[in-house]
Design a protein around this ligand. Structure first.
Ligand code: GRF
Length: 221
């Protein structure tokens, strides 16, 4: 049997996606353990969540470094020493430098609260509402050197309702984030993700499920 992969989670804020990964790991729903949680914010609640579950939590102060590369090198060093197989960005509010991305090719994932490539960047739920979208959702993708541009692994779609606010739409999307992020991690842990150019193929999806996707166009692997 394949062993459990080791995750390094980078988070800047409340860490609800981190929590979803912790819960999935503890419940045995993913063949992955979190080796370390790293934040660029000293009092990020994500660090607190990690400590509560006995996971190493490290604050790396960006102010100690003159350039982004120095900060990233410190993080890479932490990840290497903990033998991390997959880096998961979970609300990490910094762009990774090219050397960081090159260190973990197709081994860094990010979760984004929109259906990429629509609405990359920040405040995307507000932008989706303002644009008059009828559907929005979330995307788990591999990280490349651009901003929210890497190959897409899983997306989930949610309706945008007439009475939606930023908050209500964000909350609807978030419940799906918490499902698809652990799912993407598990597909990676099972070695089922194959990246060909911009496309990510998931090996071993039963034909019946593929048929469902053809019919509805909204199912994930
Ligand atoms: C999520 O909406 C995620 O998609 C985005 O940042 C937010 C982080 O939320 N990248 P949390 O810290 O995981 O609760």
């Amino acid at each position: 049997m394949r062993g459990r992969i080791r995750l390094g989670v980078l988070a800047s804020g409340r860490g609800s996606n981190l929590q979803a990964i912790i819960d999935a790991s503890r419940a045995g729903r993913i063949d992955a353990v979190i080796g370390v949680v790293i934040s660029d914010v000293a009092d990020a609640f994500a660090l607190e969540r990690a400590r509560t579950h006995g996971i190493e939590a490290v604050f790396v102060d960006p102010n100690l470094f003159e350039a982004r590369e120095g900060f990233d090198a410190a993080i890479i060093d932490l990840l290497r020493k903990r033998d991390v197989d997959l880096v998961c960005l979970a609300g990490f509010m910094r762009l990774l430098s090219p050397p960081f991305v090159r260190e973990y090719p197709n081994r860094i994932m990010n979760i984004h609260p929109a259906l990429l490539p629509a609405f990359p960047g920040l405040h995307v739920q507000r932008k989706a509402l303002k644009h008059g979208m009828k559907f929005s959702g979330c995307t788990v993708h591999f990280v490349d050197e651009g901003t929210d541009t890497g190959p897409i692994i899983i997306q989930a779609v949610v309706p945008v309702l007439d009475d939606d606010t930023d908050e209500s739409l964000s909350a609807r999307i978030l419940t799906h984030e918490h499902q698809i992020y652990p799912r993407a991690i598990q597909l990676f842990a099972e070695g089922r993700l194959e990246v060909r150019g911009r496309r990510v193929f998931c090996q071993g999806i039963p034909a019946s499920q593929q048929d469902e996707r053809r019919r509805w166009g909204m199912m994930n692997p």
